[in-house]
Design a protein around this ligand. Sequence first.
Ligand SMILES: Cc1cc2nc3c(=O)[nH]c(=O)nc-3n(C[C@H](O)[C@H](O)[C@H](O)COP(=O)(O)OP(=O)(O)OC[C@H]3O[C@@H](n4cnc5c(N)ncnc54)[C@H](O)[C@@H]3O)c2cc1C
Ligand code: FES
Ligand code: FES
Length: 481
Amino acid sequence: MRDHLIFWLNGVRREVRGGDAFLMLSEYLRGRLGLAGTKIMCAEGDCGACTVLVAEPRAGERPRYLPIDSCIRFLFQLDGCHVVTVDGLAKDGSLAAVQQAMVDCHGSQCGFCTPGFVMALVGGCHAMAQGQDLDWRKELSGNLCRCTGYVSIFEAAERAATAPDWLATRFADDAWIHEGVRLRRESLDLRGEQDGGPMRVSSPASLAEALEERRGPEPRVVAGATDLGVLWNKGILRPRHWLDLARIPTLQGLEIEESAAGRTLVAGPLATWTDCLAICGAECPEFVPILEAFGGPQIRHVGTLGGNIINGSPIADSLPLLFTMEATLELASAAGTRQVPIDEFYKGYKQLDLAADELLVRVRMPLPAPADLLRLIKVSRRRDLDISTFTAAILIRRDAERIAAARIAYGGVGPTVMRMRAAEQALVGRPFTEETFRHAGEVAAGEIRPLTDVRGTADYRLQLARNVLLKCYHEQMVAAG
Ligand SMILES: Cc1cc2nc3c(=O)[nH]c(=O)nc-3n(C[C@H](O)[C@H](O)[C@H](O)COP(=O)(O)OP(=O)(O)OC[C@H]3O[C@@H](n4cnc5c(N)ncnc54)[C@H](O)[C@@H]3O)c2cc1C
Ligand code: FES
Ligand code: FES
């Protein structure tokens, strides 16, 4: 069991002991190392000013540097990884091609957002050099600029994208990967002091160890920390003991299971939104626009499916789909495992059917059949990087002109995401007509009592509850020609 943290920063190996392992990466860079290039503005993952690049070591593979928000990444989460910051880009006195392009295209005014944009751009150019198709508008959706505007930044992106991959030349030495892979296989137990009290993080390498640890006096589980990191920064949550799941291989990845009943997506709870995007293009394309609007790239690279499910927000963007496809959650404790249908898992606002010693270890989601009509809807005030006001998933199975089966789930209309059972009944057995969907919309509105909050009024949400069913009908009629 290792008692200290090892990672690489701008090509230099570092060991960290004691309380510093519990700092956010951005605080460590600025406060401990004096690397002030990385800026902290919102400290909530919303603006991208603190963007750095992180590569996890993968045996036999070239490193893949991904942009993440360093303000909501605990240092202990970086064990075995290589972190590149804006301070580490210049080589022999020369700026990186992206930095030079930002200068040449006048991509910066006050400069607060600039290091974050530079890192997101360097990461984007790196991804393109590795053969990935990239849309700069989407790639930069996790970075906000409030004074320069985006046109000159996009110009800089286009110009820099023609240059060779800067990271491949600046950090050509991949020797760290070998040691990094070994480090990621070791269990960690780090202890230190912070805020005048003891801190501990257990990061076991196996599920059995994690379940054993979970039996202790309530360590707080951490996955990507995109929810927890915000709560930590706001001082809302201050656990003294973290249980980090990141190095347990069986909790990672996604695959498709085939059976007589159809195809099922089987996901480890640590599957990130980037992992989900990679598989959903082929397996569940309706989910892709929802995923592309999920946070920004910095959030999607680390935020996980399991974290979204357990955080249990009534506006969590994965839940309407999981409810509609009747996903099952596998929960494990040292005593054994059990399967829970997702719509029985939420008992009230953030009240879960999850015992203190249990972990979510697997998610099984049947995929829609080819003839199914599946519509997923996210309504938010802004297109990118915004929390939903209202969400919906609608699945319709037709038998010629009649509706043979219907499943509907709404989010943002109550304390949990809800299956709209009465509206479903109003559809089944009826003809596929505008009148049927209009009536089902009225029934759906009668099933909910939404609240008014900063994101929308109760009346607005009731209107959405009616109209999304009509929208689903009309879109289908247009698609059918
Ligand atoms: C800027 C920003 C934008 C965001 N945008 C969106 C968005 O568009 N849509 C949306 O739905 N959400 C959004 N989120 C919320 C968040 O990113 C997601 O909920 C994400 O999926 C959480 O995953 P995580 O791994 O980061 O969870 P963490 O923060 O690590 O954990 C979340 C909760 O789950 C628990 N937990 C995690 N894994 C397990 C497990 N296996 N077993 C038991 N408990 C577990 C943790 O203890 C914690 O209570 C956003 C957050 C930020 C900061
Ligand atoms: S400081 Fe805004 S995302 Fe980190
Ligand atoms: S240059 Fe001022 S916020 Fe972007």
